[in-house]
Write a protein that binds this ligand. Structure first.
Ligand code: ZN
Ligand code: ZN
Length: 387
């Protein structure tokens, strides 16, 4: 059997990642990134489809003889963040940054494609490479599914990974069952009555109403959710007002809801509605609340997870492999895993004690994780297609 780790270390993973890092693209705008991916897969002799889910790329690698189809998925999008690292490869696009590690995921995907193409004669079956746009809350996975990514050929199993810089390099996880949260985005628009800052009695101050709503929302998790269950309600954005002496007529807040099980989910949704609408009405304002589903709860297949843990153990040693803890992040890979059994796993990538977290302007990770990611995915797929 091939020694994928040795081969992975000889790839240009770091320079691929740094090039992608320098040229980040937001969701559904991954034109340059998709071009690099399509060219690379084409040069490896794969049949390619572009424009799948707007900017996604799909390539199919056929092994020596027909057999199962294994899908591997990599997300490509960056975030609307102004990078604050001092790297010489930092973002050249102001206000856009690869702050979640998806540049690393694309580099890993190119590496996996390179090595499995090299070893295609050993494979019985096909590998479907799926490079997905717009993972960060814009619905890239759903867009690809609508464009038929799960048909022709239909995958029998699906695998994906995420670099995680809050876990030490070399430590990896692959949990089974529910592993990540369902996520929603909510938008709340409060409408009061604007007026002169010196004559508040003639107004309904949208800022005061919105502030009460933000404070009251903190009680959903602390007072309404069973302490044994996981839930998150976070307000990430609050905008109102235009001048120091004008009472704002409108305020808009944006936030996110994360839950792991359906009963908690329903409780949280009901309480958010009651708090927003009840608080606004108690204060003489009105509020419009819109809640949009970003991802469904995330379930790893037990067999697929066992397969990944085996591959992980071969690459980083069994003592570094763990069952993943449940956490409040979400990932739209969950839409694929609703339809195809599979496993999404995490690769530790921190160098220092305290790395800046994902989505931070100074987010970074240890690039040694790239070769590990390539080797683990190659081992996983090869395990599936060689047996
Ligand atoms: Zn992210
Ligand atoms: Zn991410």
């Amino acid at each position: 059997m091939a020694d994928y780790m040795t081969e992975a270390k000889q790839l240009d993973l770091v320079s691929w990642r740094r090039d992608l890092h320098r040229h980040p693209e937001l969701g559904f705008q991954e034109i340059r990134t998709a071009g690099i991916v399509a060219r690379h897969l084409g040069e490896l002799g794969m049949e390619i489809q572009t424009g799948v889910g707007r900017t996604g790329v799909v390539g199919v690698l056929d092994g020596r003889q027909p057999g199962p189809v294994v899908m591997v998925r990599f997300d490509m999008d960056a975030l609307p963040i102004m990078e604050e690292t001092t790297h010489d490869f930092r973002s050249e696009t102001p206000g856009v940054m690869h702050a979640c590690g998806h540049d690393g995921h694309v580099a890993i995907g190119l590496g996996v494609a390179t090595l499995l193409a090299r070893h295609r004669q050993e494979l019985r079956g096909s590998v479907k490479f799926v490079f997905q746009p717009a993972e960060e809350g814009q619905g890239g996975a759903v867009a690809m599914i609508q464009d038929g990514v799960l048909t022709n050929p239909r995958p029998d199993a699906a695998f994906g990974l995420h670099i995680y810089n809050q876990l030490p390099l070399g430590r990896v996880t692959a949990g089974e069952g529910p592993v990540m949260a369902a996520a929603e985005r909510f938008q709340c628009r409060v409408t009061g009555r604007g007026g002169h800052g010196a004559m508040p009695h003639q107004t309904v101050d949208a800022i005061v109403v919105a502030s009460q709503i933000v404070t009251a929302l903190q009680t959903v998790v602390s007072r309404n959710v069973n302490p044994a269950e996981m839930a998150v309600v976070s307000v990430g954005s609050l905008h109102a007002g235009s001048a120091f002496n004008i009472i704002a007529e409108q305020a808009e807040l944006w936030g996110t809801i994360r839950t792991l099980d359906e009963a908690t989910h329903q409780t949280v949704l009901r309480r958010v509605h009651e708090i927003v609408e009840g608080t606004a009405s108690a204060m003489g304002a009105s509020a419009q609340l819109d809640i949009e589903e970003l991802s469904v709860d995330f379930v790893n297949d037990a067999q697929a997870a066992a397969r990944v843990r085996q591959a992980e153990a071969r690459v980083v040693g069994a003592e570094n492999v763990s069952d993943q803890q449940l956490w409040g992040a979400s990932e739209d890979m969950s839409y694929f895993l609703r339809k195809v059994p599979g496993c999404f796993f995490f690769l530790g990538a921190s160098r220092a004690e305290k790395e800046f977290p994902h989505h931070n302007p100074r987010f970074d990770f240890d690039e040694a994780v790239l070769a590990q990611g390539v080797a683990i995915l190659c081992e996983t797929v090869a395990g599936y297609l060689i047996e």
